[in-house]
Ligand binder design. Structure first.
Ligand code: C2O
Ligand code: CU
Length: 486
């Protein structure tokens, strides 16, 4: 009974508009049904993971960090049974995929959380190719290590490449307490710890976000435990002192799918000795752009192409404002492996963010006028840790208090307006929006302090859809709202 009331089955009231499988929002990229159903089982478990030679007790998907990748072909039906072997209720959210509303995995909004010891089957057609990922949508559970990649292959893939890697970045802290009331308590406790982190240097790239990137988990939970400095930064579950090594032959055309699964860190990523060509962000194609480095906020994805040179190269993810790095190695020839502190010059070269990119013509929205406009003003501050939308903190027992109403078939223009002095990665469920008149199609977008970004999407997926900051601590204390179809 306790669990049920804590999970508030109460407000999982049905949406006024029925969820549907026939989502036309992603029409430009939608692929026809393959008629195939792919079954997966996912266990959310308490596990002992080896992180850089330390054994760490945590929660993960099937005893691995990241959890095992799910890969389908666009048009396949995903049928995944979540077996909750955690001591708390949990759920799965399919980040970036426009699924039917009742499969979106948001307790209090689209489903009841799956109680400890129980199962729930997620079933939907994955008709849009791209780089996605999945994680629980309960408290800050994802920050314990409950995440994995979800790759939807395109049966009509227009890119040519020989091999691909999936690279998941994470800011790691041991022993995160994810119970919802602890989040706020930890946030409050963290307020006294600001000084130690206050002097962060700005990035040298166009973002210059350094001091803004101070976020909850490092301030709240950071410190050091023995000789391990927190947070650690991981590539595919491994820290810089024990890096994952990828191998490829020189000349290989490599597609790298970068995913930021961190709870509280933006990463600037470069591959030493190589320029990268950005081809996609958040699963959607963009006009190709060659760069030295890309910057990913929490929840964002970038796909890049590189042609592999001969040697041993570091793939480095610099944690913005924390001057620590995550590392993996690319071995395509002989040579000395670079050490954990390597910092390729390209990290300080030309860095690109979403607002510098242009949507590929195949996915660009037509220039119809908006039918409805909403302003999502990000409010709050570090001192009171009162992150909210339009001054209202999300109330999980009454989620519609922070609702923006839309109707099926509208062109919706939303102005994401940041009135705080920190940056926030804003994430919209169930849709992808276009940034500005011809920017990329995205589901997660960094909004800088003082910035206002107008984004358009077509309402074609009935239900109630969260929009929130993907800093899991900001989201949890209230920087969350929802779009509700009426
Ligand atoms: Cu990746 Cu609402 O989340
Ligand atoms: Cu935020």
């Amino acid at each position: 009974l306790g669990l049920l009331s804590a999970c508030g089955r109460g407000d999982a009231s049905p949406t006024l508009v029925k969820p549907t499988d026939d989502i036309v929002g992603a029409v430009e990229k939608k692929r026809p049904s393959t008629g195939r159903e792919r079954k997966f089982s996912l266990s959310a478990v308490e596990s002992d993971l080896d992180i850089g030679g330390r054994s760490v007790r945590t929660w993960s998907l099937g005893d691995a960090l990241p959890g095992e990748e799910l890969r389908l072909t666009a048009g396949d039906t995903l049928n995944a049974t979540l077996d909750n072997r955690l001591p708390e209720a949990t759920s799965i959210h399919w980040h970036g995929l426009a699924v039917r509303n009742d499969m979106d995995g948001v307790p209090h909004v689209t489903q009841a959380a799956v109680p400890a010891g129980e199962q729930f089957t997620y079933r939907f057609t994955a008709d849009t190719p791209g780089t996605y990922w999945f994680h629980p949508h309960v408290g800050t559970q994802l920050d314990r290590g409950l995440y994995a990649p979800l790759i939807v292959d395109d049966p009509r893939e227009p890119l040519s490449y020989d091999e691909e890697w999936v690279v998941m970045l994470d800011d790691w802290l041991d022993g995160i307490d994810t119970t919802p009331d602890k989040v706020l308590a930890q946030a409050r406790k963290g307020m006294g710890h600001d000084e130690g982190h206050g002097g962060g240097e700005g990035g040298s790239g166009p973002m210059r976000m350094g001091p803004m990137l101070m976020g909850a988990s490092s301030d709240l939970l950071g410190g050091d435990a023995g000789d391990v400095f927190y947070p650690m930064h991981l590539v595919n579950g491994r820290p810089a002192n024990d890096p994952h090594t990828f191998s490829a032959k020189p000349g290989t055309r490599l597609r790298i799918r970068l995913i930021n699964a961190g709870g509280d860190t933006a990463y600037r990523v470069a591959l030493g000795g190589h320029r990268m060509t950005i081809t996609h962000t958040d699963g959607f194609p963009v006009e190709h752009r060659e760069v030295d480095a890309v910057l990913l906020g929490m929840g964002e994805r970038y796909d890049v192409l590189v042609t592999v040179k001969d040697g041993v190269f570091p793939l480095v993810a610099l944690a913005e404002g924390k001057s620590a790095t995550a590392l993996a190695l690319l071995r395509s020839g002989s040579g000395e492996a670079p050490g954990p502190d390597v910092r390729p010059d390209s990290l300080d070269g030309e860095i690109v963010n979403a607002t510098d990119l242009v949507a590929d013509a195949s996915v660009r929205l037509d220039d119809r006028d908006p039918d409805v406009r909403h302003t999502i003003k990000l409010t709050g501050g570090m001192a009171d840790y009162d992150w909210a939308i339009n001054g209202r903190a999300f109330d999980r027992d009454a989620p519609t208090k922070n609702a923006f109403e839309i109707r099926q078939g509208q062109r919706v223009r939303v102005a994401f307006t940041n009135s705080t002095d920190m940056w926030h990665p804003l994430h919209l469920h169930g849709h992808t929006f276009q940034v500005g008149p011809d920017g990329p199609r995205k589901d997660t977008l960094i909004v800088l302090p003082g910035q206002s970004l107008e984004c358009d999407f077509d309402s074609a997926n009935p239900g109630r859809w969260l929009v929130h900051c993907h800093n899991v601590y900001h989201g949890e204390v209230g920087m969350m709202g929802l779009f509700a179809y009426t």
